[in-house]
Design a binder for this molecule. Structure first.
Ligand code: MGD
Ligand code: MGD
Ligand code: MO
Length: 701
């Protein structure tokens, strides 16, 4: 485990743990209330709002930390109890671009379509915008094989803790003992990937037999790559051309068609949280397909899924456009199947809802939702352009937040409901490799905290909803299994009992859990779904041409520095949980901004100074950390703090046009020491939203 893992029991008993429902009184203060009073109030307000403004006027926001059972029940609650189209979740911030790209190219989105142990013996692993040394420390052991062969390649504008694993740079300035750190300009990885693929094609390094047999679209792809010669990429991405050539040649050498030990290309949020995240991941998949890596044991392409249930949380119906089992809500056959399981008529199911950023920014606007129910996300800290999100939440007639602690979002709510967390509930989670794992109850929740399954049962009853509303996670799982049957993420051969038996048989070690799809009770599970064919219409993977465009928030004389955002080891997400754990708080007590000494010199800034960072949205403040590990033209800020230290005051609400995923990673910023003018209050917006921000999504997956 990492430090957050071994301190996580503390979150169960933090001193301000929510233990009773809270209702905001006429003076604006949250006051304790009974469950009956709180649930009656929510149900009557929902009924009133829907009567006046229509079904879609009530919206739901879920989370990738919820168990499969809760994610499933939440999607069902939205569709048949609230009958609203407007449900989406924080995985839209996290996994949706990788999901959209994998679906488009490979026909299936399973984060890693292979067991993580497959990486152990590979000669090469390329990490594009991922920092697992801090964000998934136990994973780092799987990089040892590649490091020993000098084959770990890390793309990151910072020399992150993971980039550090590539070892000291050799005299040629390109290679190093453990591999290579490529330090591109923020938001230019796509160009780097196009450059590597260009070299693979031009130097004839591709697996021609694999490309002919297992892919389609090669001619168009080759044409699209023709102009991305390494010297052009060097101009666009600010990296040495020899690095591009070397990675291409090294990848070919490691590839199975040349007798190599295997290679993997793995993407993280550094690449994906861009306005071209889907195309960026597509470029990574294209490269892997050209080299014949995908669907072969010992090689592959994948994404490192983020949240505790980031994989399962995106499979069973809390996405705006999906029904359980990865079914599309626009597909008539999918609607019929799921409606039958839920006991409703297919025509009564709503259609596709708005993706997260668009949904949040429509709250309280003319025609937008008037009520929001939040389950497992602290959006006022973690959503892009957070000052605007805060204004939207304040414009609602009803905000209900279910949480375990008084998060910054909960503190804005009209009603707060105290719910259970990990050790207090039964359920399942699905790992980043698609392995379905059991979660077991270990202790009772404090006070009057209740299960969200119970909350939905109670509300469904008050709303006279059809369907069965069990509070038993095993029963909910059985229904989920039936709803997923025949879908891409087919869990129909699984049950809590089967998972328990399997775990007992394997000793509960690393091998426990089964890999979906598991379409029957005797099916052994599917560790490597692409071994024989791709689940596309043709059975082949699609090579999809993509082009580099670059970040939306361009540098200008007023905003001359790049801001990139991300994480530190000790804090988790919006920090709602980890800021409450004493050792984690002490390790990194406040928000910082990392900058290169040369940049600090330009601004006359010293280590420990308080600086103000301003983008076209708003201003935030942070304490300076000087570091040689970052590009001269770029500063880095983690997003784990609220108030004036919230980096999402600065980020843009521009989203990827295919996935709806926000461009969290890159903004243009202005730096200044001292007190800026015009900021008042805590997280209140002082800057109107930009006309250029039009988050819309044509295709969601
Ligand atoms: N400690 C900790 N661990 C976590 C989490 C946490 O909050 N804290 N959250 C979990 C979740 S939900 C997720 S999604 C994962 C995220 O895991 P990661 O994707 O590893 O995390 P990030 O720090 O967001 O981003 C990774 C790196 O991207 C770099 N980066 C920024 N801009 C760019 C760019 O333009 N190009 C490239 N190539 N890199 C860029 C950053 O410098 C950073 O080092 O972590 C999970 N694990
Ligand atoms: N600038 C910037 N912003 C980012 C990112 C970035 O890299 N840069 N990354 C984005 C990514 S990848 C993600 S995943 C998001 C994450 O950001 P958030 O969605 O805000 O995630 P958390 O902070 O984990 O919030 C989860 C909330 O749910 C509560 N909770 C825990 N368990 C349960 C439960 O079982 N039920 C309920 N109802 N509540 C529970 C927690 O106490 C917490 O308040 O942030 C995104 N924001
Ligand atoms: Mo995430």
């Amino acid at each position: 485990m990492c430090q957050k893992g071994w301190t996580s029991p503390e979150v169960l008993t933090v001193s301000d743990r929510l233990t009773t429902p809270l209702i905001r009184d006429s003076e604006g203060n949250l006051q304790p209330a009974s469950w009956d009073v709180a649930l009656d109030l929510i149900a009557s307000k929902i009924t009133g709002i829907q009567a006046e403004h229509g079904r879609d006027a009530v919206a739901v926001f879920g989370g990738g930390g919820l168990t499969n059972e809760k994610a499933y029940q939440l999607g069902k609650f939205a569709r048949i109890a609230l009958r609203t189209a407007n449900i989406d979740y924080n995985g839209r911030f996290c996994m949706s671009s990788a999901a959209a790209a994998a679906n488009r190219s490979l026909g299936l989105d399973r984060g890693l379509p292979f067991p993580v142990t497959d990486l152990d013996d590979a000669a090469m692993v390329v990490l594009v915008g991922s920092n697992p040394s801090e964000t998934m420390p136990p994973f780092v052991a799987h990089l040892n094989g590649a490091r020993e062969s000098g084959g770990l390649v890390v793309l990151d504008p910072r020399r992150s803790a993971t980039a550090e694993l590539t070892g000291p740079v050799a005299p040629d300035g390109v290679s190093s003992t453990g591999g290579m750190h490529i330090q591109p300009l923020p938001g230019t990885d796509l160009a780097v990937l196009l450059g590597i693929a260009h070299v693979v094609v031009m130097e004839g390094l591709l697996d021609t037999e694999y490309v002919a047999q297992r892919t389609q679209g090669f001619d168009e792809l080759a044409a699209s790559l023709a102009s991305w010669w390494p010297e052009r990429v060097a101009q666009v991405a600010g990296v040495p051309a020899p690095q591009i050539r070397q990675v291409a040649r090294q990848l070919a050498h490691a590839s199975p068609h040349r007798g190599g030990r295997g290679a993997f290309i793995i993407t993280g949020r550094g690449l994906e949280q861009s306005r071209q995240g889907t195309d960026g991941v597509t470029a990574a998949i294209n490269l892997a397909l050209l080299l014949g890596l995908v669907g072969r044991h010992g090689s592959g392409v994948g994404t490192l899924t983020g949240q505790g249930n980031g994989q399962g949380g995106r499979e069973h119906g809390q996405k705006a456009d999906q029904l359980p089992g990865y079914r599309m809500i626009t597909d008539p056959a999918a609607r019929s199947h799921v409606a039958a399981v839920w006991g409703v008529h297919p025509d009564d199911l709503p259609g596709k809802g708005k993706p997260a950023v668009e949904l949040l920014n429509s709250l309280g606007q003319p025609g937008g939702p008037r009520a929001l129910l939040v389950h497992g996300s602290n959006v006022v800290v973690s959503a892009p352009h957070a000052t605007q999100v805060q204004d939207r939440l304040k414009a609602l007639d009803l905000l209900v937040v279910c949480d375990v602690v008084p998060s910054e979002t909960a503190m804005l709510a009209d009603v707060v409901l105290p719910v259970l967390q990990w050790a207090e509930e039964e359920g399942t989670m699905t790992s980043l490799e698609g392995r379905v794992l059991r979660r077991r109850k270990n202790c009772d929740a404090p006070g009057d905290a209740r299960s969200e399954l119970w909350v939905w049962q109670q509300l469904a009853g008050r709303l006279n909803a059809p369907g069965v509303w069990s509070v038993d996670a095993g029963e909910v799982f059985d229904e989920l299994a039936r709803a997923s049957a025949g879908g891409k993420a087919d869990y129909s051969g699984l049950s809590h009992a089967r998972l328990d038996e399997h775990e007992a048989a394997t000793g509960g070690a690393d091998g426990s859990g089964l890999y979906w799809p598991v379409p029957s009770p005797t099916h052994p599970g599917t560790p490597r779904p692409f071994a024989d064919a791709f689940p596309t219409v043709s059975g082949r993977a699609a090579l999809v041409p993509v082009q580099h465009v670059g970040p939306s928030d361009a540098l200008s004389p007023d905003f001359p520095v790049y801001l990139v955002t991300g994480r530190v080891l000790q804090h988790y997400q919006s920090g709602a949980q980890t800021r409450r754990v004493e050792v984690l708080h002490r390790a990194v007590p406040e928000v910082f901004v990392e900058m290169h000494p040369l940049l600090a010199d330009v601004y006359g800034i010293d280590e420990g100074d308080d600086v103000h960072l301003t983008t076209r949205r708003s201003t935030a403040r942070a304490t300076v950390r000087i570091s040689n590990n970052i590009r001269h033209d770029t500063v880095f800020m983690p997003f784990h703090w609220p108030g004036l230290g919230a980096v999402n005051r600065l980020t843009t609400a521009v989203t990827d046009p295919i996935s709806g995923m926000p461009e969290f990673k890159v903004a243009a910023v202005h730096l200044a020491g001292g007190q800026p003018t015009g900021i008042t209050g805590d997280t209140t917006s002082t800057t109107p939203s930009l006309a250029s921000e039009q988050p819309t999504s044509e295709v969601l997956t």
